[in-house]
Design a protein around this ligand. Sequence first.
Ligand SMILES: NC(=O)c1ccc[n+]([C@@H]2O[C@H](COP(=O)([O-])OP(=O)(O)OC[C@H]3O[C@@H](n4cnc5c(N)ncnc54)[C@H](OP(=O)(O)O)[C@@H]3O)[C@@H](O)[C@H]2O)c1
Length: 371
Amino acid sequence: MASDTKKVRYAVVGGGQISQQAFMPGVGQTDNSELAALVTGDPVKADKLAKKYGIKPWTYDQYGDMLKSGEIDVVYVATPNAHHTDLVVQALEAGIHVLLEKPMTSSVEDAEKVVEAQKASKAKLMIAYRLHHEPGTVEMFTRARNGDFGELRAFSSTFTQNVAEENSRGHNGYWGGPVPDMGTYPLNAVRNLFGEEPVSVHAVGTKASDRGFDFHDTVAVTLRFPDEKTAQFTVSYATAAAESFTLIGTKATIHATPCFMFGPKTGITYVEKTEDGEKTHAFDPVEQFGNETQYFSDCILNGRDPEADGEEGLMDMRVLAAVEKSLETGETVVLPPAKRAKRVSSDQALRLPPAKEPSEDEMISIVPQSK
Ligand SMILES: NC(=O)c1ccc[n+]([C@@H]2O[C@H](COP(=O)([O-])OP(=O)(O)OC[C@H]3O[C@@H](n4cnc5c(N)ncnc54)[C@H](OP(=O)(O)O)[C@@H]3O)[C@@H](O)[C@H]2O)c1
C-alpha cells in the first residue's frame, strides 16, 4: 500500500448486483477504506457507475495493468463463481490483496490453487463471509462454542428464494446453483457453531417441472459431524423466500430468523429456549459489507491475517463438492477428518450503520436475481 495513502484503496471487479446494491455503497460507511477503481466489461457501467463513485474504470483486458498501476491496494472479486480463480491468482501474484466473494471458486482444485497462490504471495486473502462481522451471528457462534447451549447435538436450516433463470446463477450448472450460492450460509453457520468439520455428506435433489434450471433447484443435505452431531439443510431457487436455522443443544434450543440475509432493514434475531422460558435476542441492522471491508482493511493496515482466510473458504468448498458428488451418485460421501486452524472471535463483530441501498431501477444493466 502506498505510504502516503491513509485509506485502503479497493478495485471492484465485476459491477454486478452485489457490487452495485451492497458493496459499493457499503465501503462509504467505513473510515479506513475507499473505492478507487471498477473493472467491468460494460461500457455503460464504465461511464456511469465509475462516474457516480468518482473512480477509474478499467476493462478485463487492462486488469494486469491495473494490478501494476500502483493505484489500488485490494481487488474485491464479485464476478460469477466460475470466473473467480484466474482474477484472484493474478492479483495475488502481483502482490495485491484480495477480498473474494463466496463461494471462493467452483471446484476444490481451483480453491487449492487460490490457497497456494496466497501462500506464495505477501498479499492477504479474505473470503467475504459478511456474517463473520455481524454481532448477532458472532454472538451465536461464540456462545455455542463456549457451551452456553450445552452439548450441541443437531442443526437444521432452510434457505430458499425464487431465482430467475436469466440471472447468472440460473443457467450455469451446479456451481452457479443453490447449493454453492445459498447452501454456503447454513454450511458455514453450522461449521462455526459446532466448531468442527463434517465427516460425511448425503444429498438428494429435485428439479421443478415448471422451471428451466440446468441443475437440481431444490436440494436437501445431511451432514454427520464428529462427536455424534448431525446437521441438515434445504436450499432452493424455486420457492418463496425463507431463511431460518435451529440449533439444538442439551441445555437450550436456539431458533434464528432472519439469519443469513443483509440490508438496511434486516436485523439478525434468535430466540433462545431453555427450561426457564424463552428469550429473544434481536440485533439492529448493520452495514454487513462495510463491516467486512473495515475489518479486512484493518488487517492490511496492521499486518494481521484475516480470520476468514483461504482455509475457511476451502473447508466449505470440500463439502460443496461432496454434495455435488452425492447428488450424482446417490451415495453418502465420506470426508477425511479436518481441523480448522482459526475460528470467529467476539472482537470481529462490528456495528457500522447500514448504507442506503440503490433500488433495482437505479442499478445499471442488472439481470435481477429474483423472479
Ligand atoms: N455476500 C453476499 O451476500 C453475496 C450476495 C450475492 C452474490 N454474492 C456473490 O458475488 C458474486 C457475484 O454475484 P452477483 O449476484 O453480483 O452476480 P451478477 O449480478 O451476475 O454480476 C456478476 C458481474 O460479473 C461480471 N462478469 C465478469 N465476467 C462475467 C461473465 N463471464 N458472465 C457474467 N458476468 C460476468 C459482470 O460485471 P461487468 O458487467 O461489470 O463486467 C456481472 O455483472 C458471486 O460469487 C456470488 O456468489 C455474494
